[in-house]
Design a protein around this ligand. Structure first.
Ligand code: SAM
Length: 438
């Protein structure tokens, strides 16, 4: 199947099943692997690009469609989005984009929609630029231009001001660089960097994380030097910073309460004995296989458990907890572009309640003098600093205790770690390091 037809199937399946884009993409690529690796890259770009730009593409398509887009078959709408994305956002010549997309629709069994799609895409190809609402309506303009729902644009403008909000919206539409974390149980960051460069990989050190390396655009990460040997793990720089900021003393046994897919558990296991917990048993396989690849299985054991319920006594005592809580994920929209259309403002209160329940259960299990690092990959205060401040107000036995890390310049907001999407290239993360005093 050609790349465009495959991309149409990916988008249609995501829409029909509400599944994650990255999961559907991986599944369809492994079911019908393109012969040429460049085709796999094209499918990925089209699927991610058309999802990131979906609102803007739909705004343009709707101008020329004689029916509501919601009423279109999944594959027809997917084809129109893929076609429009190529016209406005790639170097594919507009005429080729139209012809190839119409051909792809025929390939996925929609020859009957070819005329309809062809007419719309040809009109889009004649436009000098994608149409936009007037800039005088700032919220509507940004919502369409950067393809984020109105409620999110309004919220971010209110919370972060125009400059940062716009930078966040823009950053959500960029492809993130692949960042890896050196497995310091096996190799230092500097040694790994030198080895990668020697192997011909033009890698460079991250500027803030002391264990991170930025890879150049690569094909399959599994083919990059050191993967099979377990010398590194893929992890965004901001996610690495949660482990760094936690500064858990070396001798501490750690319970990671919300661990899958296991990036932070493996980071911790580079220095600590870790029990990794996740609600979903099927997600433990990924944690186990990564721990094995990294040579960390001895120090990391993974179990299924609800972190809002007391932990089994036979697991023993833990001196430190990581609560990387389930959250709205609004700091990672560049990686999960479909999430922005699915999340609703009401989700935030529901998630904050779940986070609070998990936090309450975990804090019970921390011994006096112990640490709890609370983290979320969102920029919403309700799930982040407000959540923590509320917790501290109702628990005088706890205090915020930022780490002392000479030589490191972590992005902080008062006592807390905070990164925002933007030109710095980070995902949006928040973390609070809390100490139980008595
Ligand atoms: C933000 S992710 C954790 C990411 C992970 N720490 C990492 O660095 O790779 C949150 C995880 O919490 C899990 N989860 C959700 N509700 C939970 C609960 N009640 N108890 C334990 N885990 C839960 C989800 O399955 C999800 O894997």
């Amino acid at each position: 199947m050609n790349a465009r037809a495959l991309a149409i199937n990916v988008l249609a399946r995501v829409r029909a099943t509400d599944a994650y884009l990255n999961v559907v993409l991986d599944t369809l690529l492994s079911e019908s692997p393109p012969k040429d690796p460049r085709d796999a890259a094209l499918v990925t770009e089209l699927a991610y690009g058309a999802t990131r730009r979906q609102l803007a593409l739909d705004y343009a398509i709707a101008r020329f469609a004689d029916r509501k887009l919601d009423a279109l078959e999944d594959k027809v709408l997917a084809g129109l989005r893929i076609g429009a994305y190529q016209i406005f956002h790639t170097r594919v010549p507009a005429r080729a984009a139209v012809a190839e997309t119409v051909q792809a629709l025929k390939e996925v069994g929609l020859a009957r929609a070819a005329g309809f799609a062809n007419a719309i895409l040809r009109k889009l190809a004649d436009l000098p630029a994608p149409p936009l609402p007037p800039a005088s309506d700032l919220v509507e303009h940004l919502s369409v231009r950067e393809s984020h729902p109105r409620w999110l644009v309004e919220r971010w403008l209110r919370q972060f001001g125009r400059e940062r909000a716009e930078a966040m919206l823009v950053a959500d539409n960029q492809s993130p660089a692949v960042v890896i974390r050196a497995n310091t149980a096996k190799v230092t960051r500097d040694a790994l960097l030198a080895q990668l460069q020697e192997a011909g990989v033009e890698a460079k050190a991250t500027t803030v994380s002391p264990v991170g390396i930025i890879l150049p655009p690569v094909g399959r990460v599994e083919d990059v030097y050191g993967y099979a040997e377990g010398l590194w793990q893929v992890q965004d720089e901001a996610a690495q910073l949660v482990g760094v900021y936690g500064a858990i003393p070396e001798t501490a046994r750690v319970l990671d309460a919300c661990a899958a897919p296991g990036g932070k558990s493996c980071h911790l296991a580079q220095e600590h004995e870790v029990v990794a917990v996740d609600l979903h048993a099927h997600k433990l396989r990924k944690i186990d296989s990564e721990a094995r690849r990294l040579g960390l299985s001895e120090r990391l054991k993974a179990y299924a458990h609800d972190a809002a319920e007391p932990f089994p006594e036979e697991w023993g005592e833990f001196h430190a907890f990581l609560v990387d809580a389930p959250c709205s994920g609004l700091g990672t929209l560049r990686r999960h572009p479909e999430l922005r259309y699915r999340r609703k403002e009401e989700d935030l209160s529901r998630l904050a309640l779940l986070q609070r329940k998990i936090l309450e259960n975990c804090q019970e299990a921390v011994p006096p003098g112990g640490l709890l690092v609370y983290a979320v990959c969102t920029v919403e205060p309700q799930e982040a600093q407000d959540q923590v401040e509320m917790f501290l107000r109702s628990h005088p036995e706890w205090t915020a205790e930022p780490p002392v890390l000479p030589g490191l310049n972590l992005p902080m907001m008062q006592a807390y770690l905070r990164t925002l999407p933007g030109p710095e290239g980070f995902d949006g993360f928040f973390a609070a390091r809390l100490r139980k005093l008595y």
